[in-house]
Design a protein. Structure first.
Length: 468
């Protein structure tokens, strides 16, 4: 019959069972015998059967020669255990049965199954005693968690719960989780509560608990940029971005669509799928555009995003428009005074080279409030030119991307970067915008290549780039 020794109570979450043989023969190999005889042979293994309800029912088979003891996880008692020896012929020996009963003084805790990030985690600790004669009882605790985008645990809280001598009952530990809150969308994670060591009382197993940390943040909003290409033979680079980082992979589908530009003549259409990985803020989608000789002004290409997830759809902008700036400007004027502007930078900006048919070209100095004759042509300036002969040509240069155009108080002569509606949403501007085409008139919109007089009630800026 095997002998069971060293049965330990609540000092940890394992039960240690040591099995020794009843003798040794045949070169020192251990063996067990049974009465009545059921066959005799060398000990092959032993079996521990734990009869403790469905949660703990298990059969563990371990070769006797590979281990002198075996550890078994157990819960609150009492429990009944059987240790059974089995020889190499398969014969089953007599069982040794023992019962474990819970100690009289014990520390227990039942933390909540989950807690919302940034809130307070309340953990109850209870000390049960047989009487009020117990000495001071303490138990250490450690709470581990993972920061956003980290795969490793770190210590969030640690400390000791103390029951003074002669006391028992419930103590509540309140841990403020707000320092570990973050605005990022992420999967629920697990906090790990580790108990021990304790003094003067055992801990009811298990000594490690998991608590689900529930994420309460909205997913990020997605947006797409409105890029501009300064070169017809290049790319429009659309940037797809998130307003907050996410620990999840954000996926989406994309496809181009014609604006004023037409595929495949002006750009190469494309479609596909993209993603923004955990901890990343953006990704880029490049649309190839093609060179042509037609004078078309600025043209637009749309990029549409669909099936974006996980994102906050209500706050997302999933339709982006890119602009292809033309590097060609057509100059077709008749003799007389004309208002002109040029949205491109020329390699040779000489007035006589660019405008050979004009005998005089003037610009308006708004600060000095006077006209100045010019010898060089600059982008987005407005020019007042007198042509003595008809001029019909195409000027080629490098498109320019302007910022907000400064306006002095009073009249200003400037040129738009693209054809667009009148920029009269600024309270500093007068509704009087005029231009000259053999007569003064108020335009319905601004046209690329034409200069306009705009009156400002005070110094301000105006956007002459954004296209309607």
């Amino acid at each position: 019959t095997p002998t069971v020794t060293n049965l330990r109570a609540y000092t940890d979450s394992t039960l240690t069972v040591e099995i020794t043989d009843g003798g040794a023969i045949d070169g020192g190999q251990p063996y067990w015998t049974w009465d009545p005889p059921q066959g005799q042979g060398l000990i092959d293994h032993y079996r521990i059967v734990i009869d403790d309800g469905a949660l703990y029912d298990q059969t563990i088979t371990t070769p006797l020669f590979n281990a002198a003891s075996h550890q078994v996880t157990f819960g609150a008692g009492p429990h009944s255990f059987e240790v059974i020896g089995v020889n190499d012929l398969g014969a089953i020996g007599a069982a040794v049965t023992f019962t474990w009963t819970e100690a009289g003084t014990i520390i227990s805790t039942t933390p909540p199954a989950s807690v919302v990030e940034g809130s307070t985690l309340s953990i109850p600790f209870n000390l049960t005693t047989a009487d009020d004669q117990n000495p001071e009882v303490t138990v250490n605790y450690l709470l581990l968690g993972k920061e956003a985008f980290s795969a490793f645990e770190s210590v969030w809280f640690q400390g000791t719960v103390v029951w003074p001598a002669g006391t028992s009952g419930l103590q509540q530990l309140d841990l403020d989780l707000s320092p570990f809150d973050n605005p990022y969308d992420q999967d629920d994670s697990q906090l790990r509560l580790i108990l021990g060591p304790a003094q003067n009382a055992p801990i009811r197993p298990p000594t490690q608990r998991t608590i689900t940390l529930v994420d309460d943040d909205l997913p990020p909003a997605m947006a797409i940029s409105t890029p501009t290409s300064l070169n017809e033979a290049g790319y429009l680079d659309f940037v797809v971005s998130l307003d907050e980082l996410s620990s999840k992979t954000v996926t989406f589908s994309y496809a181009t669509a014609d604006g004023t530009a037409v595929s495949p003549a002006d750009y190469a259409g494309l479609s596909g799928s993209g993603l923004i990985g955990p901890g990343a803020s953006s990704t880029m989608i490049s649309v190839q555009i093609g060179e042509d000789v037609a004078v078309e002004g600025g043209e637009t290409v749309r990029l549409l995003l669909t099936n974006a997830a996980p994102v906050d759809a209500a706050r997302s902008v999933l339709d982006g428009t890119g602009t292809i700036l033309d590097n060609d400007v057509a100059l077709d004027v008749q003799p007389g005074w004309r208002l002109l502007s040029f949205p491109i930078q020329y390699a040779s900006p000489s007035r006589s080279t660019l405008l050979p048919g004009a005998d005089a070209v003037w610009r308006w100095n708004a600060g000095a409030r006077e006209f100045e004759q010019v010898d060089e042509i600059r982008p987005f300036e407005g020019y007042y030119a007198n042509f003595f002969t008809s001029t019909n040509t195409i000027l080629e240069g490098m498109p320019q991307l302007p910022g907000p155009h400064p306006l002095a108080m009073g009249w200003n002569l400037i040129g738009p970067a693209v054809s667009r509606a009148l920029p009269l949403d600024n309270a500093a501007l007068s509704p009087t915008v005029i231009y000259w085409n053999d007569a003064w008139s108020v335009p319905a919109s601004l046209t690329l290549g034409t200069a306009y007089w705009i009156f400002a009630h005070r110094a301000t800026t105006v956007d002459l780039y954004t296209e309607e």
